[in-house]
Ligand binder design. Structure first.
Ligand code: ADP
Length: 506
């Protein structure tokens, strides 16, 4: 099995979100399963700055844009800690422009008023990336069975494959191309890459494709829709999110297109990197622990966390932890009223996050009202994130939506039962604690349905009651979670099964 994974960010080279973690970890896990995997991404300035990217003598003209196309060069490296090849596409200043110190990111820059704006040529940049990536198999004479495209930045790739390469004037290229199947993965449906119709010309796509059944979406060329319509299979990052995005509440307008392709749509939960997130090897904790000795060692993290957050070091108070970007998605508006209920019952609350002013203000208000019970840190702090996972008694994740989610998986491993809303990856990875699930050994956390303060409050109070009154049952919830395996090798096996069904099947 040969797989080419295309993504606009890969951890270790360029990152703005969870996509980069998937694009870095999945190919390494697939390689360990014996897949011949290579990766392709744009050569951003942040990639060059790693000092790990080497120029090669591979170069070509890509048939997009005016005149005789755009000249690109290929650079190369390997994914950190592996032999998996990663290729970078360089094209003048098309990709090479990110400079955080001047407010320039991968996709956006800061305007003079400080607001973030998309680069006006993002459509051209990622049309070029998608088309250029398809030159790689020919140049390497390495033909993948599957191309795995990710998010809107690669949405045109399956279109170019079927339109340009299947009809290539060189019959051997056309023959190879026709054997390639494509998987398109949606990591967050809120970002779709919609551009004016004139982008069809720049991208050199035939106008006959610009219709509501193919590339057009409400008067624009929509890259995400293009990927969905032209791929053999579509996946997203949890089975529940795959169902949710077919509904208006979650679908961001794309629900109809996805319902149409529902038989090809599936969900695979992202894995955890247990080299970084495992209390048995975590150097950021005062004492390491696993499921055999957490009873004696985990309290050291709790004590250290209480000191760090300026809270009284009381072992008999449950500490509820939360780490999240301070955005509406994460459920801060239902947290505030529910938190009052937890605090009035003696809990301590610890929150780490950076983001919107509205949520910062709410958290500051809570900390002022309950100085001995609430500890907040408004900023980004990796070390504190580890300490919160280990030192809390339970973890809060009341998200409105959560495509896959990582923190609930870390919490399971750290013996910190998660309190989650039943949505997306949270619904697929946490099992509510009931008499039945305690009995059959599947209980791992506390799950609530409605997005309301009352539902969150009830789940949290259930957790606190069990923690206080039934310590043996609490221990079995912890044990069940700590023993689970949410590693990348598990997710990679699911991807490989999907690739196997796709081979030569398009
Ligand atoms: P999302 O990708 O929507 O932000 P996830 O739960 O999937 O949510 O992943 C978030 C990741 O970012 C986790 O590793 C979490 O610990 C980390 N994180 C978020 N905010 C902070 C912060 N302020 N400081 C440190 N780590 C953070």
């Amino acid at each position: 099995m040969r797989v080419l994974l295309a993504a606009s960010e890969v951890v270790g080279f360029a990152k703005t979100g969870g996509l980069a973690d998937v694009a870095g970890a999945l190919p390494r896990a697939l390689a360990r399963l014996g897949v011949d995997c290579q990766v392709v991404m744009p050569l951003f300035e942040s990639c060059r700055r790693t000092g790990r990217c080497e120029q090669t003598n591979l170069r070509c003209r890509v048939p997009v844009g005016p005149g005789d196309g755009v000249e690109v060069e290929f650079w190369r490296s390997t994914l950190p800690g592996s032999a998996v090849p990663i290729w970078f596409i360089s094209a003048g200043d098309m990709f090479n422009r990110d400079q955080p110190e001047f407010g320039r990111g991968l996709y956006q820059f800061s305007g003079t008023d400080g607001s973030r704006r998309d680069y006006p040529d993002n459509g051209a940049r990622f049309a070029l990336f998608a088309r250029a990536a398809l030159e790689l198999p020919r140049m390497l004479n390495w033909w993948p069975d599957v191309i795995h495209a990710n998010d809107w930045q690669t949405g045109l790739l399956p279109v170019y494959l079927r339109e340009h390469l299947d009809n290539h004037p060189d019959p051997s290229i056309a023959a190879h191309s026709k054997n390639i199947s494509t998987l398109f993965t949606i990591h967050n449906i809120a970002y779709q890459g919609a551009f004016p119709p004139s982008m069809m010309e720049w991208a050199r796509l035939d106008w006959r494709l610009y219709n509501p059944l193919q590339l057009e979406f409400y008067g624009q060329l929509n890259f995400l829709k293009s990927g969905v319509v032209f791929s053999d299979q579509i996946s997203t990052v949890s089975p529940t999110y795959a169902r949710e995005i077919q509904t208006p509440w979650f679908g961001c307008g794309m629900q109809g297109v996805l319902v149409e392709r529902a038989s090809k749509l599936s969900g695979i939960v992202n894995g955890v990197d247990y080299d970084d997130w495992n209390p048995a090897v975590d150097r950021l904790l005062p004492a390491r622990y696993d499921h055999t000795n957490y009873v004696t060692h985990k309290p050291q993290s709790k004590a250290a966390l209480q000191v760090r957050m300026g809270l009284p070091g009381l072992a008999d108070r449950p500490v509820l932890g939360m780490i999240a970007r301070l955005v509406e998605q994460k459920g801060f508006d239902i947290l505030r009223p529910a938190a009052q209920a937890f605090l009035s019952q003696g809990a301590q609350l610890v929150v780490l996050g950076e983001g919107d002013a509205r949520h910062r203000q709410m958290l500051r208000g809570l900390a002022e009202q309950y100085p001995n019970q609430v500890g907040i840190y408004l900023g980004f702090d990796e070390t504190l994130a580890h300490l919160i996972e280990a030192g809390s008694d339970a973890y809060l994740m009341p998200s409105q939506y959560e495509p896959s989610g990582l923190n609930q998986l870390y919490s399971l491993k750290y013996g910190t039962p998660p309190i989650v809303r039943s949505t997306g990856g949270l619904a697929d990875t946490v099992t509510d604690t009931t008499e039945d699930t305690l009995q059959n050994g599947t209980a791992t956390g506390f799950v609530f349905q409605d997005y309301s303060p009352e539902a969150l409050r009830d789940a949290g109070l259930r957790a606190m009651k069990l923690w206080r009154n039934q310590p043996e049952k609490w221990q079995s919830v912890i044990q069940n979670g700590m023993r689970q395996d949410w590693s990348w090798s598990r997710s990679a096996t699911s991807y490989l099964n999907l690739f196997n069904t796709m081979r030569h099947a398009h």
